[in-house]
Design a protein around this ligand. Structure first.
Ligand code: GLC
Length: 617
């Protein structure tokens, strides 16, 4: 038959041609964002009308739960409000309640003389992770293992849509830290210990969050953080008495600081990131939030950053006990907006006095407000013909199956196969019985980690719509296959194969700092009990960093690092059953022992697994 042959040749040519066309388009560098300074004419016109009170108000960001009176938004002309890690609506944690919260505060701001809208910020780090029902994506450490910027951009796009569904327009992400010591509690917020991976994925995140045009109602303002060297602190210099690493001192020379820790800022700023957040930590003894060299000379001067700098949560309090002096130092060093959380009334009073006393020049205030208004113009917030309230049509796709599919794909691509003896994996869906064990096998909270629903995250059934690994395995197997479970691995005798899901419980920031990275006793026991049943043992590790796994690795027939995958546990079972063949590559080197730490970047130590390691089926 002539026709099908001809047809198929024509079809192949068409597909090939369009593939070439798309690939050329795709390869074309993303359009450069419109420079924020292009809004300066409109900004200047507004600035000229503003009183000192109105200017200082724009530079002030309280936490919504700390507002002593909602009318403070009007009387103090507040320019921004945030919800910190656990700062939920009083009415409860739901999509509706969050959207009402945003609208309530925005309506207050729109009543002021100049009606400059609020910009509302949250930590949407792996989805709109504050809100029950949101899709929760893998934490950055897992995304680093995908080495897939297009996927990271897609995740950021979905995150932006779910955050805008609540009206909120700003996330304090991406974190472009380059963790050098995995004992740090924020390791999982980093894509990698390799700045090359961080700079590429950080840029992709900004492109996804902000989109090609910040004025699009689905765009979410990004914040590159924590500037600079947050992940490079020296062990033992952390918060006095609280943690060995977090908020400590990064003791490196300038070339090393630039080579290791500046790379993510080069790419995120080039991608148009509208805000940058200085780190709590110090560089050679100088607090980043107090450093004119870092914030003004390098970030704004040398790198030409045109957006605004937002402090970390009460970070300026750490500069000096004299709060008014701390404000003077930080604002004069280049801080533009301060996340004052509770003491916002004191901050407003002090900053106005500092200007009147000539200790903070009006030119510095005008520069800060110019930068803030540039971003608000760029986002369409100053467009009087546009509603600044939430678009509740977006509620339709919030937590949708389509969004969950993006997360499930991300989970698949984030898993790293570290061991697979005797082709234990992939598992068959038709075996007689699979016995599941481990404290992390059936726990959405442990799957998500910190910064989920609560600041520190929490074990247990913390959100709706997700799937635990145990439920995913149950859903995947054939009708005749029995799936049994015991947390401690008991009762595994007679099963065809055992799957033990172990690892860490949720933590965030300094609460996650560790002196040693040993597995907990319950995990070691669960693997031991499963092994004692004399069946093949698959270990799945849910953790925010590499842990010391030598003994458990030796007992396992197969071992998968799954990091903190989030709500979509099917992504793990897809890999276990071979519906997706593992492609993940470690984004951090994996130590053999605590004594090898800190490994740092491109370590020469005899590690258990090198950065980049990953087996395939
Ligand atoms: C926290 C974190 C920062 C976060 C901010 C607001 O302390 O250091 O990453 O964006 O406060 O929650």
């Amino acid at each position: 038959m002539q026709y099908p042959k001809l047809f198929s040749i024509a079809a192949i040519c068409t597909v090939a041609a369009s593939a070439v066309f798309i690939s050329v388009l795709g390869a074309a560098a993303p359009a450069k964002p419109k420079p924020l300074s292009s809004y300066d004419p409109q900004v200047k016109a507004v600035l000229a009308k503003m009183t000192l009170e109105e200017k200082v108000g724009q530079m002030t960001q309280p936490d919504q739960e700390a507002l002593k009176d909602e009318s403070d938004i009007e009387s103090l002309f507040l320019g921004s409000v945030l919800s910190g890690g656990s700062s939920d609506p009083k009415e409860g944690n739901s999509l509706e309640a969050w959207t009402n919260l945003y609208d309530k505060y925005q309506k207050r701001a729109l009543k002021t003389r100049l009606a400059i809208p609020l910009i509302y910020g949250v930590d949407a780090l792996h989805g709109h992770n504050n809100v029950i029902g949101a899709v929760v994506f893998p934490q950055n450490i897992g995304l680093g293992c995908t080495r897939n910027p297009a996927l990271v951009e897609k995740i950021a796009r979905v995150t932006a849509e779910e955050v805008r569904a609540t009206g909120i327009q700003w996330t304090f992400a991406p974190c472009v830290t380059v963790p050098q010591d995995i004992r740090w509690g924020r390791t999982y917020e980093g894509f990698s210990d390799d700045p090359k991976v961080v700079k590429e994925l950080g840029e992709a995140a900004v492109r996804g969050l902000q989109g090609p045009d910040l004025s699009n109602p689905l765009s979410l303002l990004a914040c590159a953080k924590h500037y600079i060297g947050d992940g490079g602190t020296t062990f033992g210099t952390g918060m006095a008495g609280k943690s060995p690493l977090d908020q400590g001192d990064t003791r490196v020379d300038e070339p090393t600081l630039r080579r290791l820790h500046l790379q993510g800022y080069l790419t995120t700023i080039a991608a148009g990131a509208g805000t940058v957040m200085p780190s709590y930590s110090s560089w050679n003894g100088v607090k980043c939030s107090a450093s004119k060299q870092l914030m003004t000379d390098i970030l704004k001067g040398e790198l030409g950053f045109q957006g605004f700098i937002i402090s970390d949560y009460n970070a300026i309090d750490q500069i000096t006990p004299d709060y008014k002096k701390a404000i003077e130092i930080s604002i004069n060093a280049g801080m533009d907006m301060v996340m004052v959380t509770e003491r916002y009334r004191e901050y407003v009073k002090d900053l106005k006095e500092l200007v009147k006393e000539g200790r903070v020049p009006m030119s510095r205030i005008d520069d800060a407000v110019t930068r803030i208004l540039r971003v608000k113009f760029a986002m369409g917030l100053m467009d009087k013909n546009r509603s600044q309230l939430a678009d509740r049509n977006l509620h339709k796709t919030f937590g949708s199956a389509e969004h969950r599919m993006v997360a499930r794909d991300a989970v698949r691509q984030s898993l790293v196969l570290l061991k697979n003896e005797k082709k234990t994996l992939p598992l068959k869906k038709t075996v007689a019985r699979i016995h599941i064990a481990g404290k992390n096998a059936d726990d959405i909270g442990n799957q998500c980690g910190g910064w989920t629903i609560d600041w520190q995250g929490k074990s247990g059934n913390i959100t709706t719509g997700g799937t635990t690994i145990r439920a995913a395995i149950q859903a995947a197997v054939a009708k005749g296959t029995q799936v049994t479970y015991s947390a401690d691995g008991s009762g595994a005798q007679g099963a065809t194969v055992g799957v033990v899901v172990i690892g860490e419980k949720p933590y965030a920031e300094m609460m996650g700092d560790r002196k040693t990275l040993a597995l907990d006793a319950a995990d070691v026991a669960a693997v031991k009990n499963m092994k004692a049943a004399g069946i093949p043992v698959v270990v799945v590790l849910l953790s925010g960093r590499p842990l010391i796994i030598n003994d458990v690795l030796a007992q396992a027939d197969a071992f998968v690092a799954a990091w903190l995958p989030g709500t979509e546990g099917q992504g793990v079972s897809d890999v276990l059953f071979g519906d997706y063949k593992p492609t993940g590559k470690l984004a951090f080197a994996w130590p053999r022992s605590d004594e090898q730490l800190p490994l740092g970047t491109a370590t020469t130590a005899d590690v258990l697994f090198k950065n980049g390691f990953g087996l395939k089926y």
